[in-house]
Design a binder for this molecule. Structure first.
Ligand code: ATP
Ligand code: MG
Length: 552
C-alpha cells in the first residue's frame, strides 16, 4: 500500500538528505517518558520512527526520556518495551537519558566555561516576573553577570547537595528580549532531592527536558529527531545548545500528534481513569493504550495499517475512531476464525430429529481456506438467539416466525411449527421440524430461504462469560477545553453476559485468540479466563453502529 502513496514530508526530507550525501544512513529514535503506558498516539510515532529506518535501511533507538525522577517507574519501562515488540518493531539500542547524566553535567559545565550559563538564586516566582510576555521583553536577573568561576563553584555545590530544592537553578544565558520566550534564559538544571529509578540517589540536580533531549539525540548521533508540533518553539533552543556545545548536529522535525474522536490520549488523563476506578487498569479493553487495545483483541497489523492510512501531517486534526475500527475489521475479516455463539438464548426443539442423535456438521472456519474447517455437533435441541424469532413478524422479516423457514448455518433448513410461552407470556421454546434433504453442502432440494441464523447444540454447548465493550466516552471530543472529560464517560461502556452458549470448538481457546462470532462481531479470549470459565471480550461489532447513530 505504502509504495503507491506519495512520500510524506519527513520521507521527503530523508530522501533529500540521503541524496545530497548529508548522511550515509539515517538514525531515528523513539523517546517515551516512562510515566505511563503507551497509547494509540504513541503508535503513530513508533510506526513513523521505526518505519523510516526500515524503509531507508537505518536504525532506531529506544530511548527512555527519564530525566524527571518523580513520575517514572520501572513497570512503565517494561510495558513500553513489550508494547513496541508486540507492534512488530525491534530497536537497535536501548538507552536511557539518565545514562547521560554525567555527560549532560559536563555539557552544562562547558556552557558555564563559555560564559553561556549562570546560576540563578531567584525564586521561580521572581524568574517568572522577569520573563516578560510575548509582546514585552524580559529583564535580566540580578544574578546574570556572575563570573565563570563563581558559577562553576555554585553549580558544583548544587550537584554536591549543598542547597535545597528551588534555592538555585542553572540557566542558559541567551537573550531576555528574544521573541521566543523559550530563549529567554531557559532553566537547564534544577535541584531535586529525589530517588531516580535508575541512578538512585547519585544525583540531586536533574537536567530540564530541553537540555536533555537534543543532547541525547546528539550523543546517539540521531539524524532525524521527530517530535510532535508542540515542540516547534523548542527547535531554536535545540539548535542553540547543539551549536554552542559543538556536538553532532541532530535535527528536529515536527509532525501533528494523533487526536482521535471518543478518546482521551494524554497519559495524565489515562492515569486518572485508572486511579479513579473508571476502568480496571491500564490494560482495560476500553483504554486507548496499546495494552488495552491488545487485550480487547486488536491486531498489531491493524494498528500499523491505521498509522499508515492517517499519514503524517503538519497540522493538527481529529481522526475518527471509526477508521481504527475499519482497519481492525479489514484484518480480522481475513484472519479470525468464524464460530457460533449464542448470547441471548432461546431453546429450539426439532421434533422430527431423533432423540439422542448427534450429527457432525462440517464448517469452514473463514473465507481464507488456510483457516481450515471444523466439525460442529448438531442435535435435537438447540440454542438460538431470542431476537431471531418474531411471533408477529415485521415486513421483510426473513428469520424465524410461525410457519417461516430459515437455514441453520452449516446445517439444515427448518420450519417453525409453534412455540411455548410461560405464565408471564415470554416465549420459552420454539417447536420446529427440519427438512432432511437440505443438509448444507449436500442440498439438492431446490428450496431457498432468505434467512440464515446461527445456533449451538444444547447438549454440547459450553457456557462462557462475554464482555460487551463499547466506547468509553459518549462525545466526540471528551477533552474539549474547560470541560471535565470524566463527565463524558459512557455509562454503558461495558455489559456483561454471564452465560453465553459457545460451540465446543471454542473450549480450547487460548488467551488472545481472536474469533468472529457469526453475526455478532469479533471477540477475543480474555486473560481473566480460567479453566472453569472462559471469558471473551467483544473487540468490535461487525458494522460501525456509531456511524449510523451519529448520521455519518
Ligand atoms: P502524553 O501527552 O500522552 O503524556 P507525551 O508526549 O508526554 O504524551 P512521551 O512519552 O513523551 O509522551 O512521548 C513519546 C513520543 O511519542 C514523543 O516523541 C511524542 O511526541 C510521541 N507522541 C506522544 N503522543 C502522541 C500522539 N498523540 N501522536 C503522535 N505522537 C505522540
Ligand atoms: Mg511527555
Amino acid at each position: 500500500m505504502s509504495e503507491e502513496k506519495s512520500l510524506n514530508f519527513i520521507e521527503e526530507i530523508v530522501e533529500t538528505d540521503l541524496a545530497s550525501g548529508k548522511y550515509q544512513s539515517i538514525h531515528t529514535r523513539f523517546p517515551p517518558e516512562p510515566n505511563g503506558y503507551l497509547h494509540i498516539g504513541h503508535s503513530k510515532s513508533i510506526c513513523l520512527n521505526f518505519g523510516l529506518a526500515i524503509k531507508y535501511g537505518g536504525k532506531t533507538n529506544l530511548r527512555f526520556d527519564d530525566t524527571n525522577p518523580i513520575t517514572e517507574e520501572t513497570e512503565y519501562v517494561d510495558s513500553i518495551k513489550e508494547d513496541i515488540r508486540w507492534l512488530g518493531f525491534e530497536w537497535h539500542n536501548e538507552y536511557y537519558a539518565s545514562d547521560y547524566f554525567d555527560q549532560l553535567y559536563h555539557f552544562a559545565v562547558k556552557l558555564i566555561q563559555k560564559g553561556l550559563a549562570y546560576v540563578d538564586d531567584s525564586t521561580s516566582e521572581e524568574i517568572a516576573l522577569l520573563k516578560g510576555t510575548p509582546s514585552e521583553p524580559g529583564k535580566d536577573s540580578p544574578f546574570r553577570n556572575r563570573t565563570r568561576e563563581e558559577n562553576l563553584q555554585l553549580f558544583e555545590e548544587m550537584k554536591a547537595g549543598k542547597y535545597k530544592e528551588g534555592e538555585k537553578v542553572l540557566r542558559a544565558k541567551i537573550n531576555m528580549a528574544s521573541p521566543n520566550m523559550l530563549m529567554r534564559d531557559p532553566l537547564i538544571y534544577r535541584i531535586k532531592h529525589a530517588h531516580h529509578h535508575r541512578t538512585g540517589n547519585t544525583w540531586c540536580i536533574y537536567p530540564m527536558y530541553d537540555f536533555a533531549h537534543g543532547q541525547s539525540d546528539s550523543i546517539e548521533k540521531i539524524t532525524h529527531s521527530i517530535c510532535t508540533l508542540e515542540f516547534v518553539a523548542h527547535r531554536e533552543l535545540y539548535d542553540w545548545f547543539i551549536e554552542k556545545l559543538e556536538i553532532f548536529p541532530s535535527r528536529q522535525y515536527e509532525f501533528a500528534r494523533l487526536n482521535m474522536t471518543y478518546t482521551v490520549m494524554s497519559k495524565r488523563k489515562l492515569l486518572k481513569l485508572v486511579n479513579e476506578g473508571f476502568v480496571t487498569g491500564w490494560d482495560d479493553p476500553r483504554m486507548p493504550t496499546i495494552s488495552g487495545l491488545r487485550r480487547k483483541g486488536f491486531t498489531p497489523a491493524s494498528i500499523r495499517m491505521f498509522c499508515d492510512k492517517i499519514g503524517v501531517a503538519k497540522r493538527e486534526n481529529f481522526i475518527d475512531l471509526g477508521l481504527l475500527e475499519f482497519c481492525l475489521r479489514e484484518d480480522l475479516n481475513m484472519t479470525a476464525k468464524r464460530v457460533m455463539v449464542v448470547l441471548d438464548p432461546l431453546k429450539l426443539v426439532i421434533s422430527n430429529f431423533p432423540d439422542g442423535k448427534t450429527e457432525m456438521m462440517l464448517a469452514e472456519n473463514g473465507p481464507d481456506p488456510a483457516l481450515g474447517t471444523r466439525e460442529i455437533p448438531f442435535s435435537k435441541e438447540l440454542w438460538i438467539e431470542k431476537d431471531d424469532f418474531m411471533e408477529l413478524p415485521a415486513k421483510k422479516w426473513f428469520r424465524l416466525a410461525p410457519g417461516a423457514l430459515v437455514r441453520l448455518k452449516n446445517a439444515y433448513i427448518i420450519r417453525c411449527d409453534g412455540f411455548l410461552k410461560n405464565d408471564a407470556g415470554d416465549i420459552i421454546e420454539l417447536q420446529c421440524s427440519y427438512l432432511p434433504e437440505t443438509r448444507s453442502g449436500a442440498d439438492e432440494s431446490g428450496i431457498t430461504v432468505k434467512g440464515t441464523i446461527h445456533w449451538v447444540s444444547a447438549a454440547h454447548a459450553k457456557t462462557a462469560e462475554v464482555r460487551l465493550y463499547d466506547r468509553l466516552f459518549n462525545t466526540e471530543n471528551p477533552s474539549a477545553e474547560d470541560d471535565d472529560f470524566r463527565t463524558h464517560i459512557n455509562p454503558d461502556s461495558l455489559q456483561i453476559i454471564n452465560s453465553a452458549f459457545i460451540e465446543p470448538s471454542l473450549e480450547t481457546a487460548k488467551i488472545e485468540d481472536r474469533y468472529q462470532f457469526l453475526r455478532k462481531g469479533y471477540f477475543c479470549a480474555d486473560k481473566d479466563s480460567t479453566p472453569e470459565k472462559l471469558i471473551f471480550n467483544r473487540t468490535v461489532t461487525l458494522k460501525d453502529t456509531w456511524a449510523k447513530a451519529t448520521g455519518k
